[in-house]
Ligand binder design. Structure first.
Ligand SMILES: [Zn+2]
Length: 89
Protein backbone atom coordinates (compact mmCIF):
# COMPACT_ATOMS: atom_id res chain seq x y z
CA UNK A 1 0.00 0.00 0.00
CA UNK A 2 1.30 3.46 -0.85
CA UNK A 3 1.52 6.01 1.90
CA UNK A 4 1.57 9.74 1.46
CA UNK A 5 2.37 12.67 3.72
CA UNK A 6 1.32 16.30 3.33
CA UNK A 7 4.38 18.55 3.05
CA UNK A 8 4.66 22.26 3.60
CA UNK A 9 6.99 23.58 0.88
CA UNK A 10 6.67 27.32 1.56
CA UNK A 11 3.99 29.98 1.89
CA UNK A 12 0.66 28.64 0.57
CA UNK A 13 2.38 25.64 -1.01
CA UNK A 14 1.33 22.18 0.21
CA UNK A 15 2.12 18.94 -1.60
CA UNK A 16 1.29 15.26 -1.07
CA UNK A 17 4.45 13.15 -1.33
CA UNK A 18 4.96 9.40 -1.34
CA UNK A 19 6.76 8.32 1.85
CA UNK A 20 7.99 5.03 3.32
CA UNK A 21 5.66 2.98 5.48
CA UNK A 22 6.23 3.81 9.16
CA UNK A 23 7.86 1.12 11.29
CA UNK A 24 8.40 0.74 15.00
CA UNK A 25 11.80 2.04 16.08
CA UNK A 26 11.48 1.10 19.76
CA UNK A 27 9.65 -1.34 22.02
CA UNK A 28 7.67 1.50 23.64
CA UNK A 29 6.16 2.81 20.40
CA UNK A 30 2.92 2.34 18.50
CA UNK A 31 1.86 2.99 14.93
CA UNK A 32 -1.53 4.70 14.66
CA UNK A 33 -3.56 4.98 11.45
CA UNK A 34 -5.32 8.37 11.40
CA UNK A 35 -9.13 8.25 11.26
CA UNK A 36 -9.92 11.93 11.90
CA UNK A 37 -7.70 14.99 11.88
CA UNK A 38 -7.82 18.55 13.21
CA UNK A 39 -6.14 21.76 12.18
CA UNK A 40 -3.76 23.22 14.75
CA UNK A 41 -3.83 26.95 15.39
CA UNK A 42 -0.16 26.97 14.38
CA UNK A 43 -0.95 25.31 11.01
CA UNK A 44 -2.73 28.46 9.83
CA UNK A 45 0.35 30.60 10.49
CA UNK A 46 2.65 27.99 8.97
CA UNK A 47 0.69 27.74 5.71
CA UNK A 48 0.65 31.55 5.51
CA UNK A 49 4.45 31.47 5.66
CA UNK A 50 4.62 32.93 9.19
CA UNK A 51 5.70 29.81 11.07
CA UNK A 52 8.96 29.40 12.97
CA UNK A 53 10.16 26.33 11.02
CA UNK A 54 12.02 26.25 7.70
CA UNK A 55 10.34 24.19 4.93
CA UNK A 56 10.04 21.57 3.65
CA UNK A 57 8.49 19.42 6.37
CA UNK A 58 5.48 17.21 6.98
CA UNK A 59 2.56 19.18 8.35
CA UNK A 60 -0.23 17.91 10.61
CA UNK A 61 0.03 16.50 14.11
CA UNK A 62 -3.44 16.54 15.67
CA UNK A 63 -5.50 13.41 15.10
CA UNK A 64 -7.36 10.43 16.48
CA UNK A 65 -6.87 6.99 15.02
CA UNK A 66 -6.59 3.23 15.32
CA UNK A 67 -3.57 1.33 16.63
CA UNK A 68 -2.21 -0.93 13.89
CA UNK A 69 1.09 -2.02 15.45
CA UNK A 70 2.48 -2.09 19.01
CA UNK A 71 5.95 -2.44 20.48
CA UNK A 72 6.60 -5.24 22.96
CA UNK A 73 6.88 -2.88 25.96
CA UNK A 74 3.55 -1.07 25.45
CA UNK A 75 1.02 -1.88 28.18
CA UNK A 76 -2.65 -0.99 28.36
CA UNK A 77 -3.34 -0.89 24.61
CA UNK A 78 -4.21 -3.47 21.96
CA UNK A 79 -4.13 -3.45 18.19
CA UNK A 80 -7.45 -2.05 17.01
CA UNK A 81 -7.88 0.35 19.95
CA UNK A 82 -8.99 3.82 18.98
CA UNK A 83 -6.86 6.55 20.53
CA UNK A 84 -6.36 10.30 20.58
CA UNK A 85 -2.74 11.23 20.03
CA UNK A 86 -1.07 13.79 22.29
CA UNK A 87 0.05 16.54 19.93
CA UNK A 88 2.88 18.06 22.00
CA UNK A 89 5.48 15.42 21.04
ZN1 LIG B 1 -1.09 21.69 17.36
Amino acid sequence: MNMQALYFNGARCLEWRDVAQPRLEGAGEAIVRPLAVATCDLDVAIVAGKGPFAPPFQIGHEFAGEIVELGDDVDGFRIGDRVAVAFQP
